[in-house]
Design a protein around this ligand. Structure first.
Ligand code: TXE
Length: 481
């Protein structure tokens, strides 16, 4: 059994109420450990620890903060195998993905923000004619809350924590209750790297109890959240009367628009990945595929053929392409959406069924699924499934493609495949999303603003945007003679 504790003030603690939640291994459906169901009292203890640490941490030089963050990054790299195994076991994702993406990216989050803080500068404005100079102080906020989801557990947890502490804040953080393990292991690494006690506190537990207590805490002044749109809306309602700073990265229903003039082979290979990487459980996956009519038939045949070759298997098998979905509840949600699509008259081109993996019969496996739809208003094209399910349909003109792409409540990312420069610019300007990829997918530069529009959230993370979010700007105006 792998039991997990809270990490508060540099020490590991059982929850005060001694209440525990079962933690499941998605690859075989078995309980393999327990995690605290932390209450308000644990969150209060974490807050007090963060508050005590803040005085010193906020006055620690940026060189020293940078040194510690980079040390955490190095220790994560040195522990790659152990962390990747833990992530794969907890989440169901293929070990190859955890090793090549999740853990390296968690390490680069610490390295990136360790470096970024040494380059972060504020503005100054000389008020010529008034004999005055204005400058902006960028001060850490104090104690901030970071709440992350289960799909990219350590990757997204550290994406919030690293800029928060780099900017001089102290943190009360909660990973998803479905994937608590790597966040727990991170506590040990932080101690080893010499992160002062209380700068980072990790409370484990359910969203509705532990997460809610973080959001409701009157003295936790900012919340950075990634998760479902409904949860984001609830958090916004709770936090608004307290005027908390909020960064919300929510769901997506991203269009993948394919024109006949694209590099076909590259597009096909990337589209398989952008559809099914991490079992389709990435907010950036291109789940609505729109294909120019002249290549639609060919694309349909080639795409189905390639997707049928993907291997659904145990996450620890290096040759697995599609691992287990994160939970039974999530598997049921995905199945339900396939059924809804069928009931609405859509055609399942491949997949659509649960998979039994030999020896792991109780695991949560599902076939990569392609559904042909006739219009964009059906539920499968309008609601976030967040699983290995994509839809395809054809379009005739650029105008039609743009309308289809934007006709959805979400606005996180979009992918466009074309070799036409004018079309590239037209779509870049007119797509209602926070991110546009042209002839690629999920290529990330950590300096760029990351986030969505419409129901995909508010605020941007990444680069100096994250450091700006985690600091309070104060203008100082000095009059001189
Ligand atoms: O996410 P939740 P769920 C989407 C995806 C998925 C759906 C629901 O469509 O099927 O959301 O997933 C914490 N106060 N995404 O229910 O509940 C929770 O404990 C404070 C997209 O698993 O939003 C966890 O730590 N916190 C997405 C985190 O919020 C609360 C990634 C996310 O969980 C809370 C995940 C509350 N009241 C799901 N309630 C993406 N954008 O990448 C829950 N939490």
């Amino acid at each position: 059994m792998q039991n997990i504790q809270n990490y508060i003030n540099g020490n590991f603690h059982n929850p005060i109420n001694n209440e525990w939640i079962d933690n499941y291994n998605p690859s075989n459906g078995a309980v393999y450990g327990q995690i605290p169901n932390s209450s308000k009292e644990d969150v209060e203890q974490a807050y007090q620890s963060a508050k005590s640490a803040f005085k010193q941490w906020s006055h620690t030089s940026f060189e020293e903060r940078s040194r510690i963050l980079i040390k955490i990054s190095e220790l994560l790299e040195a522990n790659l195998q152990r962390f990747a195994e833990a992530e794969s076991k907890d989440n169901g994702k293929p070990i190859s993905l955890a090793k090549s993406v999740d853990i390296p990216r968690a390490a680069s989050n610490f390295r990136f923000f360790g470096n970024a803080i040494t380059q972060f500068a504020s503005e100054s404005h000389e008020s010529v004619g008034q004999d005055a100079i204005n400058f902006t102080l960028r001060q850490p906020i104090g104690v901030v809350g970071c709440i992350s989801p289960w799909n990219l557990p350590l990757y997204l947890f550290t994406w919030k924590i690293a800029p928060a502490i780099a900017a001089g804040n102290c943190v009360v953080a909660k990973p998803s209750e479905v994937t608590p393990l790597t966040a727990y292991l991170l506590g040990e690494i932080c101690n080893e790297a010499g992160l002062p006690k209380g700068v980072l506190n990790i409370v484990q537990g359910l969203g509705t109890t532990t997460g809610q207590a973080i959001v409701e805490h009157p003295d936790i002044k900012a919340i950075s959240f990634t998760g479902g749109t409904a949860t984001g809306a609830h958090i916004a309602r709770t936090a608004a009367p307290m005027f908390k700073k909020l960064s919300l990265e929510l769901g997506g229903k991203n269009p993948n628009i394919i024109f006949a003039d694209c590099d076909y082979d590259k597009m096909l290979e990337t589209t398989v990945r952008s559809s099914f990487a991490n079992q389709g459980q990435i907010c950036l996956c291109g789940s609505r595929i729109f294909v120019e009519e002249s290549i639609y038939k060919k694309f349909k045949a080639d795409f189905v053929q390639k997707v049928k070759q993907l291997k659904v298997g145990h996450p620890s098998d290096e040759s697995t392409d599609i691992g287990a979905l994160v939970s039974k509840t999530h598997l049921e949600k995905v199945e339900l959406y396939v059924k809804i699509a069928e009931d609405e008259g859509a055609k399942i081109l491949c997949g659509g069924l649960e998979v039994t993996v030999n020896g792991y019969e109780n695991g949560y496996y599902f076939q990569p699924t392609i559904i042909e739809v006739q219009d964009n208003v059906c539920r499968i094209n309008q609601e976030e499934v967040f699983g290995p399910v994509v839809t395809i349909m054809s379009f005739k003109t650029d105008k039609e493609a743009l309308v289809l792409a934007n006709d959805v409540k979400y606005g996180l990312s979009a992918t466009v495949w074309t070799s036409n420069l004018n079309r590239t610019m037209q779509f870049s300007q007119k797509l209602q999303t926070g991110i546009v990829w042209v002839n690629t997918w999920m290529m990330r530069d950590l300096r760029t603003p990351f986030g969505g529009t419409k129901a995909s959230g508010v605020g941007r993370e990444g680069g100096f945007d994250a450091l700006r979010f985690f600091t309070e700007p104060k203008n100082v105006c000095i009059k001189y003679e």
